[in-house]
Design a protein. Structure first.
Length: 202
């Protein structure tokens, strides 16, 4: 392992998280940082949804935490967020949901505290095969829109234009292939965003 990735991170099974990223340490570090950034406001966002009696939004927020925590190997957060999501789906009482939310936040804070010590990485440069931007950019926008909407058409779009994506994002293609093949849209969004940033910086 590189010096950037600690031997241990509180609340995270690093081996499992690396395995989810096909043992690509650089991608794993990026996903860890994205998780820390995206989940900092989980508590306030979930509380706001509950206060507004917006069950669907509360369920979605819990689901996102479950999915992303599972991707990085934060197994306890994943399990707690899964229970919280299930409680929202089953329309449990606010008191029951709030207890589960508190337990989830407590474990999430352990994970976030550990991730706060990670150093900011340098941008990874990938060499893209020549491809017309007028081809890859519209395809990319369609794909990321479908992913953000949770639309299964994203997988169809990926398969139908696989060669174009492979030439457009050679440094990230294999990870996108794995994420989309497993319908892991959260990981696919994070990886595609990174791929777009790398391409635009060239």
């Amino acid at each position: 392992m590189s010096e950037e990735l600690p031997a241990e991170l509180p609340g995270i099974d690093i081996r499992a998280g690396l395995g989810n990223m096909m043992n690509n340490e650089k991608l794993y570090l990026r996903m860890l940082r994205r998780f820390a950034e995206s989940q900092q406001k989980f508590e306030s966002q979930f509380a706001a949804a509950m206060a507004q009696e917006d069950d669907k939004t509360a369920e979605r927020i819990a689901h996102t935490l479950k999915s992303t925590s599972g991707s990085i190997g934060a197994t306890q957060v994943e399990a707690l967020a899964g229970s919280l999501e299930a409680a929202c789906v089953q329309a449990k009482s606010p008191d029951e949901i709030n207890i589960l939310a508190k337990e989830t936040v407590e474990q999430l804070e352990v994970v976030l505290a550990g991730l706060s010590a990670l150093k900011h990485p340098q941008m990874v440069q990938a060499t893209s095969a020549p491809i017309n931007p007028e081809v890859i950019e519209p395809l990319t926008q369609r794909l990321i829109t479908a992913l953000r909407d949770g639309d299964p058409v994203a997988v169809k779009l990926w398969k139908e234009n696989n060669d174009a994506f492979k030439r457009g994002y050679p440094g990230h293609w294999v990870y996108l292939e794995r994420a989309l093949g497993g319908y892991d849209f959260e990981t696919a969004i994070a990886t595609l965003t990174e791929a777009m940033e790398t391409r635009s910086s060239k």
